[in-house]
Design a protein around this ligand. Structure first.
Ligand SMILES: Cc1cc2nc3c(=O)[nH]c(=O)nc-3n(C[C@H](O)[C@H](O)[C@H](O)COP(=O)(O)OP(=O)(O)OC[C@H]3O[C@@H](n4cnc5c(N)ncnc54)[C@H](O)[C@@H]3O)c2cc1C
Length: 319
């Protein structure tokens, strides 16, 4: 394609005018925890909810939209994500605490929500201090740890559907599962209302410190990782947790290219430095195969694998 043709075909030229920012060909390896993956064709950072609503209502129907938080639970494939990747920034990070509830923008970091709750004496949300994502990502993933999860504190959320229509969904409308929440396909969470209980500030802070200490000891939280790779199986399937099955299948320390099953916590895959997304996905599939063959349990990916695989030049020549 010539430079003139490429310019004419740029996706950004077909997108509506917005108050936020479009950037083209943005490296997603720079913003995801695994530090791997291709580029977003266009990244859109909306100025605020109205801007996002407007964009969704006016964008051409054939343009795919993917939303990302801080990329702590995704594996972006090496071929990148076609279409528009939406990232919720500052305009979506407000927090307002009142009584035992906190109303937060979907772009707010979980750790900041936990800290704000500790400051104002709202207990029950301490578990968020150990989840390195955003509230939007955590609502969609039903994130949790140490016996609590989003489901326990969720009151309601505002979501936009793929056409930019705004809805309020409450606990009764939403089906929460283990590390997944069933929301209508393609919807974007823009804020959430969470409810804890009034508590003692010092005790809340102490609980958060204890959670941090345990995590530091048992998880590779400073590694290039996506957190727990596989969801724990349903108790009706087996009483074993995912890491126990992986251990039993002899996968601790297993490698593919630059990807490795963590020695510290074998349900974590890590990028040892030069891994590609394909290495990590291939390693994950290898672990699933070995676990299935040794234990009969089929693990479900908890990490969301997004985008398309890279087409190598030799493959392209064949097509
Ligand atoms: C070191 C480490 C430790 C972790 N520990 C835990 C843990 O203890 N417990 C736990 O539950 N998880 C844990 N995780 C996983 C991860 O932090 C959580 O799943 C987190 O909630 C993801 O939030 P995010 O903003 O990073 O979402 P992303 O990773 O950016 O996105 C995750 C998914 O949510 C979708 N999404 C994101 N934002 C929105 C939105 N606003 N609206 C609609 N869809 C959206 C994305 O499309 C994607 O499918 C850990 C991860 C790491 C790297």
């Amino acid at each position: 394609m010539t430079e003139i043709n490429r310019n004419l075909h740029r996706l950004v030229k077909r997108l509506p005018k917005v108050r936020g920012r479009y950037s083209e060909d943005v490296s997603l390896a720079k913003i995801t925890w695994f530090r791997v993956g291709g580029h977003a064709e266009v990244m859109f950072k909306p100025a605020d909810i109205d801007d996002l609503e407007d964009f969704l209502a006016k964008k051409p129907g054939d343009v795919p939209v993917t939303v990302l938080g801080v990329g702590s639970n995704v594996l972006v494939r090496d071929g990148g994500i076609p279409g528009v990747v939406v990232r919720l920034g500052r305009g979506f990070a407000d927090m307002n605490a009142e009584g035992d509830q906190i109303h937060v923008g979907a772009g707010a970091l979980d750790v900041n929500v936990a800290l704000t709750c500790a400051e104002v004496g709202i207990g029950g949300l301490e578990f968020l201090c150990g989840v390195p994502g955003t509230i939007g990502g955590s609502i969609v993933m039903n994130a949790g740890s140490y016996g609590s999860e989003i489901k326990d504190v969720f009151v309601s959320a505002t979501v936009l559907d793929s056409q930019g229509r705004k809805y309020r969904v409450t606990k009764e409308d939403v089906v929460f599962g283990y590390r997944k929440t069933l929301l209508p396909a393609g919807c974007i969470v823009v804020d959430g209302l969470l409810k804890g209980c009034k508590g003692d500030k010092a005790q809340i802070t102490e609980k958060m410190m204890a959670i941090r200490k345990v995590r530091e000891k048992s998880q590779p939280i400073r590694a290039r990782t996506g957190g727990s790779t596989f969801a724990n199986p349903e108790p009706s399937q087996t009483k074993d947790l995912a890491w126990q099955l992986i251990e039993r299948a002899g996968c601790r320390g297993l490698r593919v290219g630059g990807a490795m099953v963590s020695e510290k916590h074998c349900n974590f895959l890590v990028n040892t430095g030069m891994a590609t997304a394909a290495d990590i996905e291939c390693l994950g599939e290898k672990v699933r195969e070995r676990v299935a063959s040794v234990t009969g349990v089929h693990l479900r990916w908890e990490i969301q694998c997004l985008g398309k695989a890279k087409v190598e030049n030799s493959d392209r020549a064949k097509t």
